[in-house]
Design a protein around this ligand. Structure first.
Ligand code: FES
Length: 112
């Protein structure tokens, strides 16, 4: 089973995280199952960009990026060449290293 390494994020994973995830599971589901409260404002249907991650290692092993996902990614904060919507990117056979951007674009999120 591939391993996902999550780089430290000040709010969602201050110490980072390492866990296994089954093939074909979305990165977003794997994060949520491991108590990393990834935003997923559209319910993981690929219609927002709040679940944006940068796949630092293993990017090429993921399922192909679709046109629609590419369009949504254009709205993501901090877009990188290895950016994906974590709800659309599925774990394959390779280990992944994932960075969660510092901010997300979430129009629905209320300020504290
Ligand atoms: Fe909305 Fe992933 S949760 S695009």
């Amino acid at each position: 089973m591939p391993t996902i390494t999550v780089l430290p994020h000040p709010e969602l994973a201050p110490a980072g995280a390492v866990f296994d995830a089954p093939e074909a599971m979305s990165i977003c589901d794997a994060l949520l199952l491991n108590n990393i409260e990834m935003e997923h404002a559209c319910g993981q249907v690929g219609a927002c960009s709040t679940c944006h991650v940068v796949v630092v290692q293993g990017f090429d092993s993921l399922n192909a990026l679709g046109d629609y996902e590419e369009d949504m990614l254009d709205q993501a904060w901090g877009l990188q060449p290895k950016s994906r919507l974590s709800c659309q990117a599925r774990v394959n056979t390779q280990d992944l290293t994932v960075e969660i951007p510092r901010y997300s674009l979430n129009h629905a999120k209320e300020m504290p």
